[in-house]
Design a protein around this ligand. Structure first.
Ligand code: GUN
Ligand code: ZN
Length: 428
């Protein structure tokens, strides 16, 4: 197939997982150029070689910019866009004070459309091409998000957030309506273009056992859907879960007993895990999603990346907008590094980039479609300027290799570092 475009730069492709083996760098290869066509990555190679092979392609020369897979954000709440960075509360008070009043507004389709568009524009400017989003209890919020993503050609996952208790009037569904509305949304959106559906019980404190059971039954009927929820984020939350579910062995069991534990399950935060929970999550191959800016911002705790990776857990990285304090996966990688430092286990730049691309893609079971630049993968790309500000440029000037240079952009970069974004083979 002839390429539509050839992009030149430092093209980063992972050939391995940088959490295995002695050298994280060895997991990545650099190429001079990448050819894309028909929305896919066709070939990696030299600039000269690819130009000869694809003479009709449009040439896009990015010099020494870094070209990598678009960022994949494995846990976000798009409806919290307008309340990001709200001051001073811990999880439950933060939900009640800021989040629930804002989420109440999404019964209004035009407001949901406005925020969905705003959120996708902000994240695209930050180089994020795929995300897995919670919506609100309102089916309109799901329609708004999928409609906006479809118009942009994006691969996204989303689901109606289900909650039938411990939420204000106007922001509760029922076990039956959550099941039926979610089923209708699956029928409408799952597998349409690049869109897919995640069954989304918010977390066990806001669902009755009847609702969790209905969600488990729905997942059993649609096993190819992902299922997303929250797990063990704050100690107060865990104590509350134990009081609401006195029979449960632990927090995870409040999902497990209702059929809500599985390989296609995504468990956000997963900070204060008990041994049984870790063992079961690993056994079923579930995904844990690390949300470091959220965990420091809301004061939740320090995710055990090194320990969980050593156990072989499946782990993705996420902003958790708007509990997280940034739309940027660069800032999120920086926070993951800082959390690692606070636990005595710094992450290598290759590991951070892998988590923000292939790690999150694998968490979404999309690792063979997105999250890496390799032949056959979908052409979602981000082009990073590694000297985007004077402060970063002067640090980059002294860098001895790519990893040192890119680390400065990870730690200090923002949307100014994002030179170009490609979605589905087109400039975004
Ligand atoms: N737990 C339940 N809902 C939420 C949410 O919206 N954000 C975060 N950070 N944690 C949650
Ligand atoms: Zn969340």
């Amino acid at each position: 197939m002839q390429a539509d475009y050839i992009l030149r730069g430092q093209v980063l492709s992972f050939t391995d997982t940088p959490f295995e083996g002695d050298s994280p760098e060895a997991a990545a290869e650099l190429h001079e150029a990448v050819a894309i066509g028909g929305g896919k990555v066709l070939e990696l190679g030299t600039w000269e070689g690819l130009r000869k092979a694809h003479p009709a392609a449009e040439l896009v020369d990015h010099g020494d910019r870094l070209i990598l897979a678009g960022f994949v954000d494995a846990h976000v709440h798009f409806p919290q866009t307008a309340i990001i960075a709200s001051w001073g509360k811990r999880l439950i008070d933060w939900l009640n004070s800021y989040t629930f009043p804002e989420e109440m507004r999404f019964g209004d389709r035009s407001y949901a459309d406005e925020i969905a568009g705003r959120y996708l524009d902000l994240t695209r400017a930050n180089g994020t091409t795929t995300m897995c989003s919670y919506c609100t209890i309102h089916p309109e919020s799901v329609d708004a998000f999928f409609t906006a993503a479809q118009a942009r050609g994006q691969r996204v996952v989303a689901g109606k957030t289900c909650m039938d208790r411990n939420a204000p009037d106007g922001l509760r569904d029922t076990a039956q309506s959550a099941h039926d509305d979610s089923a209708a949304l699956i029928g409408r959106w799952h597998g349409v273009d690049r869109l897919s559906y995640a069954i989304t019980p918010r977390f066990s404190p806001t669902s009755t056992p009847e609702q969790l059971e209905a969600m488990g039954a729905l997942w059993a009927d649609h096993p190819d859907c992902l299922m997303q929820t929250h797990l063990s984020e704050q100690t107060d939350e865990i104590a509350w879960v134990k009081s609401l579910f006195p029979e449960a062995r632990d927090y995870l069991d409040t999902y497990e007993q209702f059929g809500l534990l599985g390989a296609r399950g995504l468990y956000g935060h997963a900070i204060h895990l008990e041994d049984r929970e870790r063992a079961r999550l690993h056994e079923v191959g579930a995904a844990l999603v690390h949300c470091p800016t959220s965990n420091t911002f809301i004061g939740s705790g320090l995710f055990d990346m090194a320990g969980l990776m050593a156990e072989g857990q499946r782990i993705g990285l996420a902003t958790d907008t708007g509990g997280g304090s940034s739309f940027s996966m660069l800032r999120t990688m920086a926070a993951a590094y800082e959390v690692g430092q606070l636990r005595g286990t710094p992450l290598h730049a290759a590991q951070l980039l892998w988590l923000a691309t292939q790690g999150s893609a694998r968490a979404l079971h999309m690792g063979d479609q997105i999250g890496n630049i390799a032949p056959g993968m979908e052409a979602d790309l981000v082009v990073l300027d590694l000297a985007s500000t004077p402060a970063i440029a002067q640090r980059n000037a002294g860098a001895k290799d790519l990893w040192e240079a890119v680390f400065a952009t990870i730690m200090m970069g923002d949307d100014r570092a994002v030179a170009e974004v490609w979605i589905n083979g087109a400039r975004g």
